[in-house]
Every structure is written in structure tokens, then in C-alpha cells.
Design a protein around this ligand. Structure first.
Ligand SMILES: NC(=O)c1ccc[n+]([C@@H]2O[C@H](COP(=O)([O-])OP(=O)(O)OC[C@H]3O[C@@H](n4cnc5c(N)ncnc54)[C@H](OP(=O)(O)O)[C@@H]3O)[C@@H](O)[C@H]2O)c1
Length: 334
């Protein structure tokens, strides 16, 4: 099959298209013929080698973390899928490889594709929708009426998180650039702050939850808009000790992760709020919970551009250079 490989960590020069063997299908696996694959900043970080310490992939590696497609074959223990089913998934972090014609995905990581979406739309969702779900439902249990700040509301993650927070009944503020302010209002944001001309810390106060996807100073400043007892979750800030434990990291890595987040956790403690890092996980069950929200139109995918599969490297470059105006970039095999 044809696939896009990382042969050497670093820039795009370390990637190429290649013919590779078809995947092996284990008893619990579903072989998916991929129709479309979403591109995520995570693909660029993996290609760069940024996550070598805690995601030690063997090179060459087929890249890609999101898919939509059709079931071609099922393993002997698969009970929930049949040949011909339309599906979507973020495969487990140890079994990525959606920039390819085929992928074997564990049945627990897969879900039926939302019926109202095209393959390209469905492929834009799993990683970001699961991240939003894990931040707002699993971890912080957002309740109706709570005040939630979602940073970068026009981005791949932010656009879904804003819609999910609204669907949960929250009062939602978001940050976006001048060109996308109207768009984030259309997505449902109650308060839209232009991060280029306005300072969110001067406009927001008493928030219950912040979802940060920028890290650094943005995260530090976000802690100040929370009310006492509030929660900041970052998907881009420093990893915390709980994440190190979850990973089963060795003592050195655990110490390093504890040290990296010490300042943020101290700042949070002084303000009477909590900080935690989130690295999303694959989950077919959570995708099944999201599907009704998608099919009822309460969460709609935001796709900036669809590239043909053969142009996967150009699509990655488009994402890397920040050319997308809003939402996700997808490659399509059909
Ligand atoms: N840990 C995890 O599990 C996890 C999961 C998902 C995503 N992430 C991380 O979260 C980040 C965002 O992911 P994504 O898929 O949403 O990326 P994306 O689609 O590239 O979106 C990034 C967005 O950030 C906006 N932005 C840039 N600077 C900003 C600022 N100062 N304030 C507010 N918005 C700003 C951009 O808007 P303009 O282009 O208009 O400026 C753009 O809309 C990435 O670093 C990704 O790796 C982590």
C-alpha cells in the first residue's frame, strides 16, 4: 500500500511517500480502507521528534492520527463492526499511521462514522473532538451555566471545544484573531475576544474552567481569570506529575515532568486554582457519545481545505506554515 513515512526526525526532508506492506490484522483489529485523514499539529511534533522521550516510535514510521473510512476486514474477536461499515477513529498513540491506504485499528478505538458527515468531515474530528470531550466532560464535568474560556476558538481543537461547551450549557468565552472573530461567534461563543487587539485578562473574571492550547504566557495569564477553586487544563502547557504516572514514565522522566510544571502548579496554588495537563487518548466509546451531538448539528466540523492524498506532504506544509484560516486540513483518498 502507499503511505507517507517519517524516515528521519526533523523537517519535511525526513519524510517521503513509499510502498509499504499492508497492515497485519490481529484478533481485535478492524482493517480500515482509509478514505480521508485529518492533519493535526501533533503530526508535525511527532515528525520533528519532539515527543521522542515519551512516545518512542521506531522509524520508519507511517504518520497520521485521524481517519475516516470503510471496514475491509475484521479480526476473529471483533464483535462491533462488519465489512462495509463506515467508521472514524483516532487510533491509539502506539498504533498511528493514517497517512496510508489501510490501517488496522483496535475495535475499541473505532466508532461508526456520523451519518450526516462526509468522509473528509469525519476525518477532521476524532483527535480534536476527543480532546474537547476529555477536557470538558471527563475531566472537568462542565455544568450548565458554568463559565468556560476556550482559547483559540477558530482552531481545529478550539472550534469543536467551543461548540461542545455550548452544547453542555456553559457560558463560553473564546479568543481568536481579527479575521475569525465573527466565525467564533457563529460557533456559539458568548464572548469573542480578539487576541491581537484585546487582553483577555482585562475582560474576563470569575471563570470556572479554562482550556488552554497555547501554553507559556497564555497559560500563566489564564490562571488569573479563574475564580477560586477553578480549573485550568492545558494541552500545550507543561506536563504534570499525574501525566508522568499515567505514562508509566521512568523516574528521570517523571522528575523532569514534575520540574517542568512546578512553576505553573505553584502559580495555580497561590491563586487557589488547579492546573492539569491533558494528553488525549483514543476512545471509540467517547466517539460514540459525540456522534449524536454531531448528527444533530450541535457540533459541526470546520474544514479549511481538503488536499488529495498524493499531496499529503504539501498539506502538512500548509498546516505548518499556518495557512489555514480556521479549522482543520484533511487529505482525501477519493
Ligand atoms: N495534548 C493533546 O492531547 C492535544 C490535543 C489536541 C491539540 N493539542 C495542541 O493544541 C494546539 C492547538 O491545536 P489545533 O489542532 O487547534 O491547532 P490549529 O488548528 O493550528 O489552531 C491553532 C489556533 O490558534 C490560534 N491562535 C494562535 N495564537 C493565538 C493566541 N495568542 N490566542 C488565541 N488563539 C491563537 C490560531 O488562530 P490564527 O491562525 O487566526 O491566529 C489558530 O486558530 C496545538 O499545539 C496542538 O498540538 C494537544
Amino acid at each position: 500500500m502507499k503511505a507517507f513515512l517519517v524516515e528521519k526526525y526533523g523537517d519535511q526532508a525526513g519524510m517521503r511517500a513509499a510502498e509499504v506492506p499492508d497492515p497485519r490484522v490481529g484478533a481485535d483489529d478492524v482493517l480500515v480502507k482509509i478514505h480521508a485523514a485529518g492533519i493535526n499539529p501533533l503530526d508535525l511534533r511527532i515528525r520533528n521528534g519532539d515527543f521522542k522521550a515519551f512516545m518512542p516510535y521506531r522509524l520508519p514510521l507511517v504518520l497520521g492520527n485521524d481517519l475516516a473510512g470503510e471496514v475491509l476486514q475484521v479480526g476473529s474477536a471483533v464483535t462491533r463492526f462488519a465489512v462495509g461499515d463506515a467508521v472514524y477513529a483516532r487510533p491509539d498513540k502506539d498504533r498511528i499511521g493514517t497517512f496510508a491506504e489501510l490501517l488496522a485499528v483496535h475495535q475499541d478505538d473505532l466508532a461508526p462514522k456520523p451519518a450526516t458527515l462526509t468522509m473528509a468531515e469525519a476525518a477532521s474530528l476524532p483527535l480534536v473532538a476527543l480532546t474537547a470531550w476529555q477536557a470538558l466532560v471527563e475531566r472537568t464535568h462542565v455544568q450548565p451555566g458554568q463559565k468556560v474560556l476556550i482559547h483559540a476558538g477558530a482552531g481545529g481543537l478550539g472550534s469543536i471545544a467551543v461548540q461542545l461547551a455550548k452544547a453542555l450549557g456553559a457560558h463560553v468565552a473564546t479568543t481568536a484573531s481579527t479575521a475569525t472573530i465573527d466565525l467564533v461567534r457563529e460557533l456559539g461563543a458568548d464572548v469573542a475576544i480578539d487576541y491581537r487587539t484585546q487582553d483577555f485578562t482585562k475582560l474576563l473574571d470569575g471563570y470556572d474552567i479554562v482550556l488552554d492550547s497555547l501554553g507559556g504566557d497564555n497559560l500563566a495569564r489564564s490562571l488569573r481569570v479563574l475564580k477560586p477553586g477553578g480549573t485550568a487544563i492545558s494541552v500545550a502547557g507543561p506536563p504534570d506529575p499525574a501525566f508522568a504516572r499515567e505514562l508509566g514514565a521512568n523516574p528521570i522522566l517523571r522528575l523532569a515532568m514534575t520540574a517542568l510544571s512546578a512553576k505553573t502548579r505553584y502559580q495555580a496554588k497561590r491563586l487557589g486554582v488547579t492546573y492539569s495537563f491533558l494528553f488525549m487518548k483514543a476512545s471509540g466509546d467517547q466517539l460514540r457519545e459525540l456522534t449524536p451531538l454531531i448528527d444533530s448539528g450541535r457540533i459541526r466540523p470546520l474544514v479549511d481545505r481538503v488536499f488529495p492524498f498524493d499531496e499529503t506532504l504539501q498539506a502538512m506544509e500548509y498546516v505548518e506554515k499556518g495557512r489555514a484560516k480556521a479549522g482543520k486540513v484533511v487529505v482525501s483518498m477519493t
